[in-house]
Design a protein around this ligand. Structure first.
Ligand code: AMP
Length: 286
């Protein structure tokens, strides 16, 4: 039987939807339901394992799955030695310490002797140890943010993305222990055939990520403005310039990165570009 790459994804939870969407964009289709533990994919020699988020690092460490899509924070917490192969840019969050609003917080020493509720005891323990803080860690599985209100803890250590949950529960973020996003993690003892498949899959992932981070930009400009426009455009390669039917005008095409585009559009308009179009790129082969 030919080798398939065994990939673990969340059975349910925040990362599942985006993980499957990324795989879809990489041409991997999962046809028969997510209710099963193990599903064969089409479009790539791959088998998907739908597993509990917190169990996944162990499965990958043991080589039951070759790779996984996981939050970096989960791998840190489970203290498994996995290879981080590619960060994916979604499920961004941070693990933070928060205290009730109005607390006179004097810095990390405030935590000395306090009770801290968390679902991330290992990461918290390592952080406190490094800071020379002795505190009582209360491990709870969920709804950590209510712990101070019900008198269970003085502070919490939890994941934050928008900060809305903290705000709604009258808590203030004080220390960031780590920043996290979803990433592809690989087992350290993968068979060479699986590694080859992973490399093929990574090529697809990178093309999808590059496309997400870049836009195709088209504009019309009077020929006198072309030099200024070309100077403004960050050069991946030099832009394509095509003459228009209207005398003295050209169309300029290029690719720009998502983070820079508003700033660049303003500059282009200022030097005379018109009819600017920004078009999403489906895949970008690097
Ligand atoms: P789950 O608890 O299974 O829904 O997934 C939790 C994972 O989603 C975490 O381990 C993080 O990697 C990620 N995540 C991103 N933002 C947040 C957030 N604000 N709260 C909880 N988890 C988050």
């Amino acid at each position: 039987m030919s080798t398939k790459l065994k990939i673990a994804v969340q059975k349910s939870g925040r990362l599942q939807e985006d993980s499957l969407e990324m795989l879809r964009e990489c041409g991997v289709r999962v046809d028969n339901g997510r209710d099963q533990l193990k599903v064969s994919a089409s479009g790539f020699p791959m088998e998907l394992f739908f597993l509990r988020n917190s169990d996944i690092p162990q499965y990958v460490a043991d080589g039951v799955a070759d790779v996984a899509i996981l939050g970096q924070n989960t791998v840190t917490e489970k203290e498994k030695d996995l290879e981080e192969v590619l960060p994916l840019g979604f499920a961004r969050c941070r693990l933070s310490l928060a205290v009730p609003k109005g607390t006179i917080y004097t810095g990390i020493n405030w935590m000395q002797g306090k009770k801290i509720a968390t679902s991330y005891p290992n990461t918290l323990h390592a952080f406190l140890k490094k800071q020379n803080i002795q505190a009582e860690i209360h491990e709870i599985a969920g709804s950590v943010e209510i712990a101070p209100n019900i008198g269970l803890a003085d502070a919490i250590c939890d994941l934050v993305s928008s900060g809305n949950t903290l705000f709604m529960n009258g808590l203030e973020e004080k220390e960031v222990l780590l920043k996290s996003e979803a990433a592809i993690f690989a087992s350290r003892n993968m068979k060479p055939e699986a590694r080859e498949l992973l490399d093929k899959l990574l090529f697809r992932f990178k093309s999808v990520l590059a496309a997400r981070n870049n836009k195709y930009l088209l504009m019309n400009a009077p020929n006198e403005a072309l030099d200024s426009i070309i100077n403004i455009l960050p050069g991946m390669k030099s832009p394509t310039v095509v003459p228009l039917a209207a005398e003295g005008w050209s169309s300029v095409h290029t690719v720009i990165s998502e983070d820079r585009f508003w700033e660049i559009i303003d500059q282009l308009k200022a030097v005379g570009a018109q009819g600017i179009l920004i078009i999403p790129i489906q895949k970008m082969i690097l």
